[in-house]
Design a protein. Structure first.
Length: 545
């Protein structure tokens, strides 16, 4: 047997002593040799909408986008392995393997890089906690508004979402993928009458049980969807009632195992291929039914966990990922959970209707010191529709995330030429405490009217610069996007967009070290780097600590 991933294999061996032959694994491949697909003909594995989304943002289609080699899958199946689905971004498959001998046979394949257990059938499942529902409040309708929001007025207007709606930006033409544990009764709930009548639910998929009907599964996704997509005039209106939706079940409500992060990755790949613009994930992970699967807080560094890695790739192919920060502040963990830690995810925490932090909302920063959550919205007494049809309120960052997802979609509808990264930047820069972020509120509550009307004039760039440490007390390292870049022009701007520095620099590598003057006050600054016809931006926080 090959010495690949011995620690996990030892764990697997112990579990096989009394396993019920339902263990699931991620089988990693070494390459994609033999694939019948080519980056020169992407229409064979991506929809035209997905191709156009990338082209508009200047994002290349690469080998990472190619489907997994079918010849490798065929060889694995010939060993008696049951392939559940493939993961092109991770270059492997999720499979059921029934014996330890079969694991060894898989490892003997020269194209197999490792075998990782992702589902332990011996673990006792802990069901997803039920939501607490409360009677909804009502809000007086405004004659100036396009929608009479009813119970949802406070949560929409807190972020000036109604200003976008009044201008005609209600999500039309945008596509949102929703990852959750099920969408019970979405096919009959009154909140979604307009979605159904206008064929706005364009695709459904279940990665937990492909033979199930997601409309008969857990209800969590239904109440999440109602925060975005509801359209019951004078009763409940979501933040993107005219958008298209892709509904994907990636979460098993009866247990918590790391396979759900791989399901999340599969869902993200599907969302990409279907041309989604925004992913909403009201899911999060850190503790599992099997202790050996658990994450540590050091894993919340933006790029370690499977779901964070997938979120980063999703962002890199031009989608915006919005993820709940978590409801862990009152327990021993306390911090943000993955994939909200991802570099490519907008982590959303919770405030009440007054904009004040609520005690359960997970706090930052990330393990590597980045500001998290990124923003906050109303996650306490948030108006939703239950599967029973009753209009109620519920608590959690599961509700604050979709409020932001919907309005980001409306903002992108209003600014169709912007890139995903620019929409992300406009959203963050519009937030109420952008110049003074905190571990509880991040950059604060977004103001989408401000994002639409003022912030596109800030320095803009084609890609983020990697800056560290961030925050910094004066010493700053810039990871630049090229080696030996010769002459470049570097500009430094303050929060108001005023240029403080503009000078020609050069580099013999891909790292530049600069000193931020002590005389500059604490706060947020922007860097812009121009090299040839390309320009890049980055953001950092200066602190005295």
């Amino acid at each position: 047997m090959k010495s690949k991933n011995l620690l996990l294999l030892l764990i697997c061996s112990m579990l096989f002593l009394n396993a019920s032959s339902q263990e699931k694994y991620f089988i990693a491949f070494t390459d994609k040799n033999g694939t019948q697909f080519s980056v020169d003909n992407p229409s064979e594995f991506l929809t035209q909408r997905s191709i156009e989304r990338r082209a508009k943002q200047g994002i290349a289609i690469t080998e990472r986008d190619l489907p997994v080699s079918q010849s490798y899958i065929d060889e694995i199946e010939q060993l008696g392995v049951n392939i559940l689905y493939s993961l092109k971004w991770f270059n492997g498959v999720i499979a059921v393997i029934s014996t330890e001998e079969m694991v060894n046979n898989v490892l003997d394949k020269t194209f197999v890089n490792g075998v990782f257990m992702v589902f332990d059938s011996q673990a006792k499942g802990i069901p997803l906690a039920d939501e607490d529902f409360f009677q909804a409040y009502s809000s007086k309708a405004s004659a100036e508004d396009y929608y009479s929001y009813g119970a949802s007025a406070a949560q929409v207007k807190m972020m000036n979402g109604h200003k976008l709606h009044n201008l005609g930006f209600r999500g039309n033409g945008m596509r949102i993928a929703v990852f959750d544990s099920g969408f019970n009764s979405v096919n009959v709930m009154s909140a979604f009458d307009s979605l159904r009548s206008n064929n706005k639910i364009i695709y459904t998929k279940d990665f937990v049980n492909p033979t199930s009907n997601i409309y008969n599964e857990h209800y969590h996704g239904a109440i999440v969807l109602s925060a975005m997509a509801a359209n019951i005039p004078e009763v409940l209106v979501g933040t993107a009632p005219e958008a298209e939706y892709i509904l994907i079940r990636s979460e098993d409500a009866t247990s918590e195992q790391i396979i759900e992060e791989y399901n999340w990755a599969a869902a993200a790949e599907l969302a990409d291929s279907l041309g989604a613009d925004v992913i909403n994930s009201s899911l999060g992970y850190y503790e599992f039914d099997s202790e050996w699967q658990n994450h540590t807080f050091s894993d919340m560094d933006g790029e370690t966990t499977p779901s964070a890695r997938a979120a980063n790739i999703a962002a890199n192919v031009g989608m915006i990922v919005v993820a709940s920060a978590g409801n862990e502040a009152n327990n021993e963990w306390g911090r943000i959970i993955t994939p909200s830690d991802a570099f490519g995810a907008i982590a959303v925490g919770a405030v009440d209707s007054k904009g004040e932090y609520v005690s359960f909302s997970s706090v930052g920063p990330s393990a590597d010191g980045r500001v998290k959550p990124d923003v906050v919205s109303m996650g306490y007494l948030t108006a939703v529709q239950q599967v029973s049809g009753e209009i109620s309120t519920a608590n959690g960052t599961s509700l604050s995330a979709p409020l932001v997802s919907g309005l980001i979609s409306c903002l992108w509808q209003a600014l169709p030429d912007a890139s995903a990264e620019e929409i992300y930047n406009f959203t963050i820069r519009s937030a109420s405490q952008f110049s003074n972020p905190s571990p509880t509120l991040g950059y604060g509550i977004p103001d989408f009217e401000l994002a639409l009307n003022e912030l596109p004039n800030f320095p803009r760039g084609e890609a983020n610069l990697r800056l560290f440490p961030n925050p910094t007390n004066g010493k700053l390292t810039i990871l630049i996007p090229c080696n030996n870049c010769n002459e470049m022009f570097l500009s430094l701007f303050d929060i108001s967009g005023k240029q403080l520095v503009g000078e020609v620099i050069s580099s013999t590598g891909n790292v530049i070290n600069i000193d931020i003057p002590e005389t500059y006050p604490e706060g947020v600054y922007f860097l812009r780097l121009i090299q040839g016809n390309n320009y890049y931006t980055g953001k950092f926080v200066k602190t005295s600590l």
